[in-house]
Design a protein around this ligand. Sequence first.
Ligand SMILES: Cc1ncc(COP(=O)(O)O)c(C=O)c1O
Length: 449
Amino acid sequence: MIYSIATRVQSLAPPILTPHAAAAAFRQFERLACTYGQGSAARRTVGRRRYCTQSKCLPIAAGAACCLLGAPASRRHARRGMLRSPEWMSAVRHHASAPHGSGGSVVDLRSDTVTKPSEAMLKAMSAAEVGDDVLGDDPTVKELEAQVAAMFGKEAAVFVPSGTMGNLVSVMAHTWERGSEYIVGDRSHIYIWEQGGGAQFGGAHPRAVPNLDDGTLPLDRVRAAIRGDDAHFPVSKLICIEDTHNMCGGRVLPIEYLDDIGALAREHGLAVHLDGARIWNALAASGVDGIRRTQNVDSLSVCLSKGLGAPVGSVVTGSAEFIRRCRRLRKGLGGGMRQSGVLAAAGLYALECNYPLIDVDHANAKRLAEGLSALRGLSVDMASVQSNVIMVDLLEGAPCQAPSLQNAVDAHGIRCIALSDSRIRLVTHIDIDAAGIEQAIAVFSEVLQ
Ligand SMILES: Cc1ncc(COP(=O)(O)O)c(C=O)c1O
């Protein structure tokens, strides 16, 4: 959507704006609008996927883009009340060079976890009303928990320090009885990257099922992995899924699949937990709202510190009884936080101001994937680029292996991660702008010459 807006903005001021510049300006504007209290279009739609109609946001975008680039049209939009005072406009200009945006220096595409809080987010954090959350009276934490629960149509939620802890308390709460087992994808974050916490801390047994390339677990393999009533076996209690799926290249799970896995779980009396570290990307990419998208899962853990650009924090949401158990586990695992409203405020700010901009990250990912796939020795499966993750494969005959390529581009300020000798992962996020994407493509092109 952002690109169609950007293109229309361009048509309003053709001599000045490229779509990239307009998109960047639009993004910049939205952040500033939140800072200066002009972001009502964005605010009105928190909790909804699409954040404003084109008719509302087009003049805003145009005004912002023109204002940032010093175009005369800014006055016209200012008169329409989109941009109010001269002070405000000069503040916009002043902040146009502030973070976010990668412009010119290091372009860090290792992960969407590397983002730095913007000034506006820090301001929201320092202004947060706080209490003692372990004692249950931090109003900002409560507000965040209520907002996330409402977005996904669940009864309750609990704020936890990390995605790893969110998944851990969820797995432990679902596998409360000794001798329980959880079915999990062999490429999932829970299975690979979280120290086997369900087993290590929870005493639950993981049963891995191979992930397909689209991030799903084949239903027949899941069905076959569910244990029968036999004293030799652990008791199957839970199926864990991931959306978007990180190691499968940020793939968005098909909605029909979410329905099917839910039905399978119910048929066998199992619960479903969703690792929704990047659920925001899944919502943006699919256009399906949080309630519909997670109606078949019993619980989910969502991260504020990935695509949303907050510095820390995750939220687990599910039934009231499940969350009561998670809250107890959180305390036992050392995750009880006191004046954590300061952190929750970053999450609330991110939901309001950064979430609506996720489409830009997806557009940037597509542009980066296209640029890299055109280079000698590299290949990207464009169909797999569905959100903000790009997996780049090195073809036979590529001039070097992935770790050397990673080091070579790093020397020119482009950061990425080699996952193997032949695969590199890049992730777009709120601190990467269109200029950073072009810079990355240019550097890859240069080192592959
Ligand atoms: C899919 C997924 N789940 C969970 C996590 C864990 O989040 P955290 O780093 O906050 O523990 C990550 C981290 O990158 C992730 O990619």
